[in-house]
Design a protein around this ligand. Structure first.
Ligand code: ZN
Length: 200
């Protein structure tokens, strides 16, 4: 087995897969009068105006080292939790953040990322053991973050409101309302404020 000596908090497990069926449904408030939904959707399936991928939280079965659990990734982003240990990544008023590559640039010019924070004490091990966070990764602290968008699968409607082609892993800003109505979000993207390179 390769990867981290312990399974990071955000890593998905085989036993967490949930099968679901998406469908286009009429929605008078949607831009085109239709939006993507689950055939048995509840209010909990939406956040930030987008439908979210369903996944369990059991951590059962084999870890899927290259995949993140959608609910745990979102929780890390919203609560500033470490993606490795799941505890707070806030230290001395700043948030420790390890980026596997330089951050993206949002529409307003601010940096954004799909990677949740990594607490100070997990950073050395993460850089050694996690392939995505190698020695080329960048250690930062930030003073704040806010939701910016989602990494999503975007569905195209076919004739008769059938679900057509899917574009995978598209970065969609939260202000792209129309695109969000056709999307299933897999990960939350956040903008980073006061980004500073840091030494451990
Ligand atoms: Zn940690």
């Amino acid at each position: 087995m390769s990867g981290c000596p312990r399974v990071p908090y955000v890593t998905a497990f085989e036993g967490e897969a949930v099968s679901y069926q998406v469908a286009f449904v009429a929605d008078a408030e949607a831009t085109d009068g239709v939006r993507l939904s689950y055939t048995d959707a509840t209010a909990h399936d939406w956040m930030f105006g987008v439908l979210w991928h369903r996944q369990g939280l059991s951590r059962a079965g084999r870890p899927l080292w290259k995949l993140v659990n959608t609910a745990r990734q979102r929780r890390c982003m919203l609560r500033l939790l470490c993606q490795v240990c799941g505890r707070s990544a806030v230290d001395g008023g700043r948030i420790w953040w390890l980026l596997p590559e330089p951050p993206g640039v949002a529409v307003d010019g601010r940096p954004f990322t799909h990677a949740p924070p990594t607490c100070r004490s997990c950073i050395p091990a993460a850089r050694v053991w996690c392939p995505r966070l190698g020695s080329e990764s960048y250690v930062y602290t930030v003073c704040g973050s806010e939701p910016y968008g989602v990494v999503a699968d975007v569905y195209r409607p076919a004739a008769g409101r059938k679900v057509g082609a899917i574009r995978r892993a598209v970065e969609v800003p939260l202000e792209a309302f129309r695109l969000l109505e056709y999307a299933v979000a897999m990960q939350l993207l956040v903008k980073l404020d006061g980004l500073q390179r840091a030494d451990l």
